[in-house]
Design a protein around this ligand. Structure first.
Ligand SMILES: Nc1ncnc2c1ncn2[C@@H]1O[C@H](COP(=O)(O)OP(=O)(O)OP(=O)(O)O)[C@@H](O)[C@H]1O
Length: 325
């Protein structure tokens, strides 16, 4: 499902590699924790899986495909088989809960009928029925993360990647989110989660891959966190503007996706089909999207980008934005 073969990742201008000779394989249906101290390379692994970054050497294969063989213009389609959940939620602030979840499907050209069925199902699965019309700021942090999870699974991805999904949540809410991810995994979706949350890792007794200074030092089935003495405890983020920066990041991702969709109009998600069907998270809709369904472009541009202006954030395209974990 996900395979790293002797992967080394060296970022430009850095002395030591972020990842060094990393080798592992995640099988279909597994729930795997990726643990390690800050800077050990967890997020770099996730970025390689999403093909946001490329290995300096070695090979990353996802769903049976060597990622370097996927053409740039096909990357957005590839990413549709992967749902992503982040520490900072990355919801569109001026869109309702329903619209945030529907957006992923709209960009991929799903029919209105499919959206009307799939979105409520995904929201029910994460326990948010009845809150469809709320805006993100009208939700608790845990509820916002549930929306983000609904958005990640509404397209029925085979893999869900979660990068510190409980990092901004209190312990009680974090437990709920962990249980939700475990339930999604129980439905057949492969889950790879980067985390500092030693307590959860210890409790859940799933496979643990541990990184230390970019090297894989442990791959243990049914493991715990290991030595937690040098693992920082994450506090809720209070950095001014962090939410807005995250929102801007989301808008940029949406734009990238939209541009790709314009360049090559809607087609069904292309990545390699599973050898055997995975139990779907959401029931298939009767009116599954026709191959030629017209692309529905989302109306986000001006209003959403205004967030950046109002907060005086730099919108230069060259720069990395959003909290980097
Ligand atoms: N775009 C980048 N350019 C240069 N160096 C980077 C970049 N991204 C990550 N790094 C470096 O690579 C190393 C691994 O970073 P990474 O973010 O993968 O670690 P992490 O385990 O996810 O950390 P955290 O738990 O703090 O999020 C760090 O030394 C980091 O500074």
């Amino acid at each position: 499902m996900i395979r790293f073969e002797n992967v080394t990742k060296r970022y430009r201008g850095t002395k030591r590699p972020a990842l060094s000779g990393v080798d592992f394989e995640v099988l279909r249906g597994e729930f795997v924790f990726l643990v390690g101290a800050s800077g050990s390379g967890k997020s770099s692994c996730l970025q390689l899986i999403l093909r946001e970054e490329s290995p300096s050497s070695g090979r990353v294969a996802v769903l049976g495909r060597d990622l370097k063989t996927i053409a740039n213009r096909k990357v957005p389609y590839f990413r549709r088989s992967i749902g992503s959940v982040f520490q900072d939620f990355r919801l569109l602030p001026s869109k309702t809960v329903f619209q945030n979840v529907a957006f992923t499907l709209q960009v991929t050209g799903a029919s209105r009928g499919f959206i009307q069925q799939a979105v409520p199902e995904a929201l029910a699965l994460v326990g948010l029925s009845g809150k469809e019309k709320r805006l993100p700021h009208e939700l608790s942090g845990g509820e916002q993360q549930r929306v983000a999870i609904a958005r990640a699974i509404v397209n029925r991805p085979q893999i869900v990647l979660a990068d510190e999904p409980t990092g901004n949540l209190d312990p009680g809410t974090s437990v709920d989110i962990m249980q939700l991810l475990a339930r999604i995994n129980a439905g057949g979706t492969t889950v790879l989660m980067a985390t500092h949350e030693a307590a959860f890792v210890d409790q859940m007794q799933r496979r643990v891959i541990e990184l230390r200074d970019g090297e894989m030092v442990r791959d243990e089935v049914g493991g715990g966190y290991g030595d937690t003495s040098n693992v920082p405890r994450l506090e809720p983020e209070t950095i001014r503007g962090a939410a807005a920066t995250a929102a801007l990041q989301t808008v940029r991702e949406v734009h990238r996706e939209t541009e790709a969709a314009i360049a090559e109009p809607a087609q069904p998600a292309e990545p390699v089909q599973p050898a055997q069907p995975v139990q779907p998270m959401v029931k298939p809709a009767d009116d599954a999207r026709p191959a030629t369904h017209p692309l529905t472009l989302p109306a986000v541009d001006l209003a959403e980008l205004g967030v950046a202006d109002r907060l005086g954030l730099d919108t230069g395209d060259d720069e990395e934005v959003g909290p980097v974990s």
